[in-house]
Write a protein that binds this ligand. Structure first.
Ligand SMILES: [Cu+2]
Length: 178
């Protein structure tokens, strides 16, 4: 596969050089149609802004290695955020549950996460620290998805974590609101 791919790529490069010399518009059209074809094989963009700029769709994933796919999410003030968390691992939510909890600035993440461990029956969302939470999803296990919609908070940097016991150590990131 790779052995074939390299000569094809260099052939395209050669064609691109030749076509730029000749100024042929047909060749450049052919080249631009090649690019989307190769992108189709890849996954959807994890962060997508609607055409009118009002809504940001965030596709966050969590796996069996206690990792999110995104450690930074950048949005603009005033945008609506539609965040979907999908568990792409094989483990169930009893042993490898994931959620998304967006915290207010200044919250002690470790203290919050420690308190959250007491709330297993509430998807590890600590009722006692609700004032620290801007938005959160439910807890998901293998193959499950959960979506939360919220308005981007005031410009600044906000931390998000998975509040399943001990997951905050590796499952965390920053929401940057510009
Ligand atoms: Cu988790």
């Amino acid at each position: 596969m790779r052995k074939i791919a390299v000569p094809i790529l260099s052939l395209f490069a050669l064609l691109a050089i030749l076509s730029s010399c000749g100024g042929g518009s047909d060749s450049s059209t052919a080249e631009s149609t090649e690019k989307p074809t190769s992108m189709v094989a890849e996954e959807e963009a994890p962060i997508e802004v609607s055409a009118d700029g009002s809504t940001v769709t965030v596709r966050l994933t969590g796996d069996d290695m206690m990792k999110y796919n995104l450690d930074k999410i950048e949005v603009k003030a005033g945008q609506k955020i539609k965040l979907t968390l999908t568990h792409i691992g094989k483990m169930n939510k009893e042993v490898m549950g994931h959620n998304f909890v967006l915290l207010n600035p200044g919250v002690d993440v470790q203290a919050f996460a420690n308190e959250a461990t007491k709330f297993k029956g509430q998807d590890y969302i600590p009722e006692s620290m609700k004032g620290d939470i801007i938005a959160h999803t439910s807890l998901v296990g293998s193959g499950e998805s959960t979506t939360v919609e919220f308005d981007a908070p005031a410009p600044g940097t906000y931390k998000y974590i998975c509040s399943f016991p001990a997951h905050y150590i590796t499952m965390h990131g920053e929401l940057v609101v510009n």
